[in-house]
Design a protein around this ligand. Structure first.
Ligand SMILES: [Fe+2]
Ligand SMILES: [Fe+2]
Length: 268
């Protein structure tokens, strides 16, 4: 069993697809992950399962790998405490989670904005352009830059979990570039395709960060590092945050009001 705990998860899953299904039952989504060189034991640690769930997963995985043998299940060493039910973020991590909330507010509006999109309407195109500006200025330049330039530097950049997050950021940038080109060409199909793809990507990305990555990082940062991060994030907020945050918040409020206002009935 030790051998498989130290084997990259993609290798384990390609040999034993049932293992992927078991992990998914515990909300460990390794099958769709494109990197997949995390070791099985690291995956168990990073998802911080309760001790009972960890034992249960390992017993089930062992039964798939060694169906005819009774395997002794090793205990996975943890650097930090197991999960408490409610996630409590450190102050710097809470800042990032709060920034996600504003991004989620814009993402939640996308289906309604696209439903009524008329590419011949300058007002409609302006909303899409401002939405692209929101993604570039707030979600990417402001928020993702805090992650990439500050937070991720506290961890080994070769970790799969970080590579996966960086891949998501890059894919997001690609969709926004294509979205802006589609706006310039008044290409409705392109706008719908790339804005929807961005919405799907970021919805999953934020869930992974809020529920897995940030809590795991919090468990592995020292008190001193948490303090440093908080002060570095405050510096970014002071230098580049305020204008961007206010402009982007105003955009979200404007679109929320627009989509929530019922259209006036036109009577013949
Ligand atoms: Fe991110
Ligand atoms: Fe994020």
């Amino acid at each position: 069993m030790e051998t498989y705990l130290n084997t990259p998860i993609k290798e384990v899953i390609s040999k034993f697809p049932k293992v992927g299904e078991i992990l998914e039952e515990y909300e460990i989504g390794c099958v769709p992950c494109t990197v997949g060189s995390c070791l099985l034991k690291d995956i168990i640690e990073i998802h911080n399962l309760s001790e009972e769930d960890e034992q249960e997963v390992l017993v089930r995985v062992a039964k798939v790998i060694y169906p005819d043998r009774n395997i002794k299940i090793p205990k996975i060493e943890r650097k930090a405490k197991t999960r408490s039910k409610e996630i409590r973020y450190s102050p710097p991590m809470k800042k990032l989670v709060d920034e996600h909330v504003l991004i989620q507010r814009w993402i939640a509006l996308i289906p309604q904005v696209l439903e009524h999109l008329d590419v011949e309407s300058p007002e409609d195109l302006k909303i899409i352009s401002e939405g692209a500006d929101f993604i570039r200025s707030y979600a990417d330049k402001f928020h993702h830059a805090k992650e990439e330039d500050i937070l991720f530097k506290y961890f080994d950049e070769n970790l799969d979990v970080l590579k996966t997050m960086l891949e998501d950021h890059t894919k997001g940038r690609g969709h926004v570039k294509a979205l802006i080109e589609a706006v310039e060409k008044k290409d409705k199909k392109g706008i719908v395709e790339h804005l929807n793809a961005y919405r799907e990507l970021l919805t999953e990305h934020i869930k992974k960060e809020d529920e897995i990555l940030y809590p795991w990082m919090d468990r592995n940062l020292s008190v001193k590092e948490v303090g440093e991060l908080f002060s570095k994030f405050n510096d970014v907020d002071e230098i580049s945050g305020n204008g961007v945050t206010e402009r982007c918040r105003a955009f979200v409020i404007k679109v929320e009001e627009k989509v929530q206002t019922p259209k006036k009935e036109v009577r013949p």
